[in-house]
Design a protein around this ligand. Sequence first.
Ligand code: FAD
Length: 318
Amino acid sequence: MSVIIFLENTGGKLKKSAFETLTYGYKTAQELQTNCIAVTIGDCSSQQETVAKYGAEKLICIDNSLLDCDNQSTSEAISQVYKKENGVALVLSNSSYGKPIGPKIAVQCQASFISNVIEVPSSLKVRKKSFSGKAFEYAQSQLENVVYAISPNSFYVEENPGSISSETFTASNIGESSVKLINLEKSVGKVSLAEAEVVISAGRGLKGPENWHMVEELADLLNAGTACSKPVSDIGWRPHSEHVGQTGVAIAPNLYIAIGISGAIQHLAGVNSSKVMVAVNIDPEAPFFKAADYGIIGDAFEVVPRIIDSLKKFKENN
Ligand SMILES: Cc1cc2nc3c(=O)[nH]c(=O)nc-3n(C[C@H](O)[C@H](O)[C@H](O)COP(=O)(O)OP(=O)(O)OC[C@H]3O[C@@H](n4cnc5c(N)ncnc54)[C@H](O)[C@@H]3O)c2cc1C
């Protein structure tokens, strides 16, 4: 019996979420008094030493040359590893990558599926977010096998160094995918929103797309991702990939700075898992101030350039 941890990677480099799943998987294995095995897609053998620092005993790289690398073939291949390694629990990120494959793996492995998990199981019970983070639930698998999809940025990454082996796995009898990927258009942001530690977001209060230069400048200074409210992407001021909220991307950075965003419930639903939220708004009654940790009441066109100047001075002197 092993806990199987699925690690997401980009071009062979582990994503930030991979370290969170490793930490979670290791702790779950301890709770279940078993070992943990990491699995990823493609050749990640160069990551073996890195993975060893987080307590996995084995790294399995699934040969992707035979996979379509869509949800269907990816989940089938991971399920095969799960069964081969006699898995008892599978841990993956509740990310846009993990969300569609988690339930498929659960069906293929006759496991239950628990999403949005934010705590390591204790006596088999886990705490999870619900209602867009407005409430918490405790859940327990009624089956022997379980897939945990953990909420991004909910765990501090911890090292647990040990020795590790690695192997390549070739999946067999992968059925033909029912959906064919025709084209992939990557969003052009410098920092991926899902991975960003800091996100600078702006709304209709910025009046027009020509004013986004200050958002981008602030984001550059803080090595941050850029985001926006729904109406901003609907009008076409910013790409849809930047739209955060209930109907957009859900994010959980360490710092979220919202400029000229009212703080509607649908917007907050996608950002209120951020560790620290700062709102800049000209209206002292803006709902965002009730949710934010820090609020700056003021005109964005005065406040943001001042923050930029202060940051530049700070960087020059440090
Ligand atoms: C089913 C549904 C789903 C939705 N999903 C989403 C979603 O996923 N994400 C999302 O964002 N919205 C979503 N919405 C829309 C949401 O309800 C709000 O309408 C939207 O978030 C408002 O965007 P905003 O704050 O940019 O604009 P506004 O509501 O127009 O607010 C602009 C803010 O800027 C401030 N402001 C104006 N001038 C300045 C200035 N010079 N300096 C500083 N502040 C200034 C104003 O005081 C105001 O608070 C959804 C709505 C529905 C019905």
